[in-house]
Design a protein around this ligand. Structure first.
Ligand code: PLP
Length: 487
């Protein structure tokens, strides 16, 4: 493809993308939110080896529409309420487009000074947008922020740094690495267990109670610490969650801080992958325990690529002390050494993440924060929270459905709850209810369990979801609920 052919094909591609989003906005009913294909659908449709001679781009793009589109689940569809929202905005698409045009591996400042410097600046913008303490700013020279691929990577990095700090404080622990323990709760995302697997460390899941809305309490933490330490184990990091996956629970960071006063060697990583973005709205600060985050977190992560208007991937990770990160991750072989790096005058982001190279992700984050402004960002978050107020009220006003946990921001967890059923019978009923909902192509939801109770999650956040989509979704839920009860 030469420059002129690219110009033509590129214009066509932007037209196609614009048409797709226009359709999601005004005619989403014609697009099934869940894909309609069966497993293995693609294999018979695509040759089993690449073509010998290059093909015409028009043919390739036609096949994208013909073969790929039908196999998509449309995460930006206004009737997508499964898992969590996955952001997309035109500002971010364009930011990424420019970034694709200038590939740079970004491992050193000198790879492309703009890539490193913009990332350092926009991470400070993002920290300000979310009201994080100034200790986390890159401009502090001590703390700092960087862009990561996912919240799982962010947690892994935080744990590696925590382990390094622990080993520095306790050199005698080195021969007994297996005694190191990662603390999570039963509600922590599976990234905790995965980090344990990757690092070969034990993971202990602390219990939480329904009456505490599934949040970690200080007493539970303190008891576990005393128990483990007297048995010779070495808890060194706690993954606390602000906005758990199942129900949006917020661990009690004030109590965590108090409990850790006697255990200062425990690093606190705050996983706010989904909910953290909502900190842009001051009215969420109490619920999301911003004061606690700002005083107790050694590291905090939130994903702009979920609810934060930036296309995947864009996970933001801040640490209170960047030296702990680089102490754990800095490998500088001679061929990577530079005058600026040696002098410590620049950030070399390769020492802040797992890989060597990294994408130029800050462009799309910069475009989004400028395009929306703080107020535009808040409007997007507030709209989803208001829509969830509507949905949760509709659920509460029925006599066959109930909320299993208090609505959290833009997430409701509910189930069928007719009177006089045992716990097991209720679970069986709700499993049948979810099976019915999951076969529909016009709504996407996910199920979960909360301390043994089978329930359904309703997560709002797609940019094009409006009140009418919520009312339609509720009608579908109610219709299937009645069918299951009548069966
Ligand atoms: C979505 C989510 C994750 C996983 O995020 P990835 O970026 O896919 O790793 C982890 N924790 C919480 C609380 C989440 O909501």
């Amino acid at each position: 493809m030469d420059v002129e052919a690219f110009r033509q094909a590129g214009k066509q591609a932007i037209d196609d993308i614009a048409d797709y989003y226009a359709k999601l906005g005004i005619d989403s009913g014609s697009i099934p939110v869940n894909s309609v294909v069966e497993p293995g659908y693609l294999t018979p449709l695509i040759p089993d080896a690449p073509p010998q001679e290059g093909e015409d781009f028009a043919t390739i793009s036609a096949d994208y529409h013909r073969l790929i589109m039908p196999g998509l689940t449309h995460w930006q569809h206004p009737a997508f309420f499964a898992y969590f929202p996955t952001a997309s905005s035109f500002e971010a698409i364009l930011g990424d487009l420019y970034s694709l045009a200038i590939p740079t591996p970004g491992f050193n400042w000198s790879c492309s000074p703009a890539a490193t410097e913009l990332e350092a600046i926009v991470m400070d913008w993002a920290a300000k947008l979310l009201f994080l303490d100034a200790a986390f700013y890159n401009s502090s020279g001590v703390g700092g922020g960087s862009l990561q691929t996912t919240a799982s990577d962010s947690a892994l990095i935080a744990i590696v740094a925590a382990r390094e700090r622990y080993m520095a404080l306790h050199p005698e622990a080195t021969p007994e690495l297996t005694n190191l323990v990662i603390y999570v709760t039963t509600q922590t995302h599976s990234l905790g267990l995965k980090a344990g697997k990757v690092l070969g460390l034990q993971v202990r899941a602390l219990e939480v109670r329904a009456e505490d809305n599934y949040a970690l309490k200080g007493e539970t933490l303190e008891q576990a610490l005393n128990e483990d330490k007297s048995a010779g184990r070495r808890p060194f990091v706690l993954i606390a969650t602000v906005g758990t996956t199942s129900s949006g629970a917020v661990d009690d960071l004030t109590e965590v801080e108090a409990a850790l006063r006697q255990h200062p060697e425990v690093w606190v990583h705050v996983d706010a992958a989904w909910a953290g973005i909502a900190l842009c709205c001051p009215e969420t600060h109490e619920t999301l325990r911003l004061t606690g985050i700002n005083s107790v977190a050694d590291s905090i992560c939130t994903n702009f690529h979920k609810w934060g208007l930036v296309n995947f991937d864009c996970s933001t990770l801040w640490v209170r002390d960047r030296r702990l990160l680089t102490a754990a991750l800095d490998i500088t072989p001679p061929f990577l050494r530079t005058t600026h790096g040696d002098a410590g005058t620049v950030i070399d982001y390769r020492n802040w993440h797992l890989a060597l190279g990294r994408r130029f992700r800050s462009l799309k984050l910069w475009f989004v924060m400028r395009g929306f402004g703080v107020e535009g960002f808040r409007k997007h978050i507030r709209q989803a929270i208001q829509l969830n107020e509507l949905f949760s009220t509709l659920v509460k006003n029925t006599d066959i459905l109930e909320l299993v946990a208090p609505p959290s921001l833009a997430l409701s967890v509910f189930r069928l709850a007719p009177l006089d059923l045992t716990k097991d019978a209720l679970n069986t009923l709700n499993s049948a209810f979810y099976q019915r909902l999951s076969t529909r192509k016009d709504i996407a939801l996910t199920q979960t369990t909360l301390n043994g109770a089978y329930c359904i999650r309703f997560a709002i956040g797609a940019a094009r979801t409006t009140e009418s989509h919520i009312r339609d979704a509720f009608s579908i839920v109610l219709e299937e609920a009645r069918t299951v009860l009548d069966a």
